[in-house]
Design a protein around this ligand. Structure first.
Ligand SMILES: [Fe+2]
Ligand SMILES: [Fe+2]
Length: 271
């Protein structure tokens, strides 16, 4: 789901993520650009890690949906997203292998999945995470991957990216579809509280995305062949997606998302 190419910093505890075997079976043919190979390997290896890690997020959401009494087919659909994220991990690893690297890295032991059990009903907790995961993160991923895909020349690497892109569209659409189905039944109080929660969710989203889309990342024009994107362009696309797609989309359902986006840095709203 998160789509960027720089390793996260930090956590001391880690486990080995070894996707070499399945990744080798899925290797695409890639163009030969030796001066960009090292940065492309680092980018796709970081993506491998992020994509694989997203599976845990959907497993958590599926558990929450089950606990909140959602229909079994919806729980299964979310579980299926976890499988797709694991598959994305393998596909990103396949690019690493195709470029001559190894689909092998250290995976940080992730944070516990936020259950929000302290102050909300199971339904409201599930909705918070669904908004954060599907309507925010996955929607941003669709925009970033979509832009990368448009610039990438036709070939096996773009076909691989298209597979990932199609799934991310599904993950994002799921959230917006659920919101369409549920928002009529949510009262104003819940929508207000979801708006309050979104202040935190937007702050996290911005921090996370900008950390991985550095201003100084300026690959040469031919970097598009490997999906290496310009940091400033990707940042601009991130802000456009939040302000022109996500905020209006949530507002249409009566969730005060504009207020939340304005207040994401704390305070009453000028940012
Ligand atoms: Fe993904
Ligand atoms: Fe995803």
């Amino acid at each position: 789901m998160t789509w960027h190419g720089r390793p996260s910093r930090g956590p001391s505890a880690s486990v080995r993520l070894d996707l070499r075997e399945p990744a080798r079976r899925a290797r695409p043919a890639v163009p030969h650009l030796p001066h960009l190979t090292a940065s492309a390997i680092a980018t796709w290896r970081a993506r491998m890690l992020n994509e694989h890690g997203s599976a845990r997020v959907f497993e958590g959401l599926a558990r929450q949906f089950e606990g909140a009494g959602f229909e079994a087919h919806l729980v299964e659909e979310v579980r299926g997203f976890a499988d797709e994220e694991r598959r994305h991990g393998v596909l990103c690893g396949a690019v690493v292998e195709a470029l001559g690297g190894e689909a092998l890295t250290e995976a940080p032991v992730g944070e516990a999945y936020p259950e929000h059990a302290d102050d909300a009903t199971p339904l409201e907790s599930a909705l918070r995470n669904m908004l954060s995961i599907c309507c925010l993160s996955e929607t941003v991923a669709v925009a970033l991957i979509g832009a990368e895909r448009i610039e990438m020349p036709a070939g096996e690497l773009r076909d691989l990216l298209t597979q990932i892109y199609a799934d991310e569209v599904g993950h994002s659409r799921f959230g917006w579809r659920m919101l369409d189905a549920l928002s009529q039944r949510l009262d104003d109080e819940i929508k207000e509280r979801l708006g309050d929660y979104l202040e935190v969710a937007f702050a996290h989203l911005e921090e996370h995305e900008l950390a991985h889309l550095p201003e100084g990342s300026l690959p040469p024009p031919e970097g598009v062949v490997y999906g290496l994107c310009s940091g400033p362009d990707a940042r601009g696309l991130f802000f456009d997606t939040v302000e022109q797609v996500i905020v209006p989309g949530l507002e249409r359902h009566g969730i005060p998302a504009r207020r939340a986006w304005m207040r994401r840095h704390g305070g009453a709203g000028l940012s």
